[in-house]
Design a protein. Structure first.
Length: 482
């Protein structure tokens, strides 16, 4: 069935504009890039490090970022993820901050040419992992969502008039992962979370306050899915999920909001990681994800018919992690994608590339997931999972390793993993300071047929402990004999 659906997608996709990517370029170093694209096709991008929120613009066709601004964070514990929201030439950079327990905003009234100072917007910052905010549903208000340790939603007036408010709604149970929100056609909101097995949705009654617990109903189970991403726009609300398979692989699914729930899934028959979804002003839907090839491929599923069919296209081929990816399109369905690329001198390289959906460049794909070996270890309320190739390693010694975290809600003292070291034998070959802790590893001077030991050291934050705990996992890898 998956093969039939995939072939149908490719046939239908041939009727729609296909996707092509320009040459990527680095706009800076840091983490968690986020972008919006204006009607002229200009990308407005933000990312951050421990000292600054960085902003720049990329006009369509550009090969370098312009008008870069470095906005001081002036926060003791550095920055969490920052986001852009746009109202014409009025731009807002929003930063919910978990440690300080506040939400901050910077505003530009001239399309990013100049920026005001950091302003406290709300006396609540949500959990450690925030997601994209949205304008509304009330005029002059932003609504935000965050998760870990609780899935929460709150709204704040953009004029700072609620800077002392702390009210927020906790989505029932509170343990949901990847909490995200989108506006519905009736003036309400829908939120989606997952428990690493199934995805569920919650509804906010139109005309109510998103910060009020009584405004929300749910959860209602959608179906199997994790790594859930939600987006809304003129074409409706769409959900992108990663759905594990009994074979050990996974595929991507897209579902559309019906007004009372999410419809049947459109199955994208590929294993995908680190995903994002966007609804363009035209109503077109763009879902992107990384496919673990050699080198990696950034894939795009693109629909111009309301999600009835999707064409599948490669928009990047590169040996980088592609973490924290984000995509946005203008009204003509051309736009930009951004992500964390390779390691820089002080953080990840933040890269951006043009996505041109007018150029036809379709290709055949395979829906056979790679073989995986997994090593696990429990740690105080969570489980660490080390995923490696299940088969032998190519002669060049390159392979991909990922350390994942499976949390046990309401148990233990585990907070999060701060960084991970990857070692071959006793030699450290990579250090990763940002989840999802995926690295391409190269065995030094690989020898055909030889077996090596990969070790990881995870540095773990625990409740009530100032010193990071170390947890080691190890596995065997073998270079292919021929």
């Amino acid at each position: 069935m998956r093969r039939a659906l995939l072939l149908a997608a490719l046939v239908c996709g041939a009727l729609a504009p296909a996707a092509h990517a320009g040459t990527p370029f680095t706009i800076g170093e840091g983490q968690d890039p986020h972008l919006v694209v204006d009607p002229n096709g200009m990308a407005h991008v933000v990312w951050n490090d421990d000292q600054f929120v960085h902003y720049c613009q990329a006009p369509r066709g550009a090969t370098a970022c312009t008008n870069q601004r470095d906005l001081p964070l002036e926060l003791e514990y550095g920055g969490d993820s920052s986001y852009l929201v746009a109202e014409g030439s009025l731009l807002h950079i929003v930063l919910p901050h978990y440690v300080n327990g506040d939400t901050y905003v910077w505003t530009s009234t001239d399309n990013g040419a100049t920026w005001g100072s950091k302003t406290k917007l709300y006396d609540f910052g949500g959990g450690t992992d925030s997601t994209e905010p949205l304008l509304g549903p009330k005029s002059g208000e932003l609504t935000m969502a965050a998760w870990n340790t609780s899935a929460t939603v709150w709204g704040a007036a953009l004029d700072g008039g609620e800077s002392a408010e702390t009210a927020h709604a906790t989505l029932a149970g509170g343990e949901g992962f990847d909490a995200m929100i989108a506006p519905t056609e009736d003036g309400g909101l829908v939120a989606v979370t997952n428990d690493l097995t199934n995805a569920s949705f919650f509804r906010m009654t139109p005309g109510t306050d998103p910060s009020d617990q009584a405004s929300w109903s749910g959860p209602s189970v959608i179906g199997a899915g994790k790594d859930t991403r939600l987006a809304g726009g003129p074409g409706g609300v769409y959900l992108l999920s990663t759905v594990p398979e009994p074979s050990g692989g996974a595929h991507q699914e897209v579902r559309k909001w019906t007004g009372s729930g999410f419809g049947a899934p459109f199955v994208i028959g590929e294993s995908g990681y680190i995903n994002d979804i966007h609804v363009a002003p035209s109503g077109a839907v763009a879902a992107i994800y990384r496919r673990n090839d050699t080198p990696n491929r950034l894939r795009m599923a693109f629909s111009t018919n309301g999600g009835s069919s999707f064409g599948l296209f490669t928009i990047a081929i590169d040996d980088v992690v592609m973490d924290s990816m984000d995509v946005a399109l203008a009204s003509d369905n051309q736009g930009w994608a951004t992500y964390e690329g390779g390691a820089g001198s002080s953080g990840s390289k933040v890269q951006i590339r043009l996505v041109d959906t007018q150029v036809v460049q379709e290709e055949a794909v395979s829906d056979n997931p790679p073989s995986i070996q997994r090593v696990t270890s429990d740690v105080g309320g969570a489980q660490l999972l080390l995923d490696l190739p299940g088969n032998c390693i190519p002669a060049n010694g390159k392979f991909q390793a990922q350390l994942k975290v499976r949390r046990f809600p309401r148990r233990g003292t585990f907070v999060n993993v701060k960084k991970v070291d990857f070692l071959i034998g006793r030699k450290r070959v990579k250090r990763d300071k940002k989840a999802p802790f995926v690295q391409t590893i190269t065995v030094p001077s690989p020898v055909a047929g030889k077996t090596y030991t990969l070790r990881t050291k995870a540095f773990i934050k625990r409740k009530g402990k100032r010193k990071l705990q170390r947890k080691a996992l190890k596995a065997k890898i073998t270079i292919c004999a021929s």
